[in-house]
Design a protein. Sequence first.
Length: 150
Amino acid sequence: TGPATNEDVFWNCFAQLFGERVREDLPVFESFYREEFQEVRTVCGYDPAAAAAVHRIRDLGLRLVLATNPIFPAIATRSRVRWAGLVPEDFEYITTYENSHSSKPNLAYYREILAERALAPETCLMVGNDVSEDMVARELGVTYRIRPLE
């Protein structure tokens, strides 16, 4: 948590470990996410009911935020959204390492989303699949439901 985005923190730590020249490898990382990373889709689960639920919620006019742990760049997160049978535009906001300053289960992560979207916690429902990372949102007054991975 702080003024630096998760992206900045990642690259600063990476450069500390391996030298400033690693920043020159950013195009290699971007290429990886455009190409090789896409093969991960074959081992990811897919639940059409989850996509249908998101569409139904959107059709009801409710606001949707994809509060996925922001440890990936947007290109990777958008790919994961598509693998789930959705499109990034299904969501009002998606957390990524470029736009987040902390990550789960830090309460600052949830506070940042609420502030970014001007949401009152008591008006929100967090649906998650990881009790230790997602349930912490309850401490801010967010209603919580667990959806286990299958």
